[in-house]
Design a protein around this ligand. Sequence first.
Ligand SMILES: Nc1ncnc2c1ncn2[C@@H]1O[C@H](COP(=O)(O)OP(=O)(O)OP(=O)(O)O)[C@@H](O)[C@H]1O
Ligand SMILES: [Mg+2]
Length: 119
Amino acid sequence: MNLKSKVMNSIVEIRNLSKAYNQGEIQVTALDDIHLSIDSSDFLTLMGPSGSGKSTLLHIIAGIDRQTSGICKVQNIDLSNLNESALADWRNQMWVSFFKASTLSLSSLLLKTLNFRCC
Ligand SMILES: Nc1ncnc2c1ncn2[C@@H]1O[C@H](COP(=O)(O)OP(=O)(O)OP(=O)(O)O)[C@@H](O)[C@H]1O
Ligand SMILES: [Mg+2]
């Protein structure tokens, strides 16, 4: 696959992403300069010990939280460039698409299961 088609199929692009939380006087680094590319055909599992930043990463990709630094692009949209209102619109759009896709896959799985049982 050439670089152009690779970029076009990419749904999540993360570069130099860091996230720090202030816990009182202490600053906790949840994500430290991470890089990640997720392709539309990828099926991934996120694993790591408790406190390693899994939820933090997913929150940033879902537009629920913002990184301290670095880039997070979802379907080529740089979420850090969106203001609060644009980010809320983007979340609405994304979740509607996500639930539509899940419902479709669920229906098709159900149909396949029913079909299988009829035969
Ligand atoms: N809202 C927050 N305020 C302050 N610190 C936070 C906050 N959310 C997460 N942290 C800290 O960031 C680090 C990563 O937390 P995170 O919840 O992302 O880990 P996790 O891998 O999802 O853990 P778990 O497997 O227990 O769900 C932890 O040290 C946690 O205490
Ligand atoms: Mg978690």
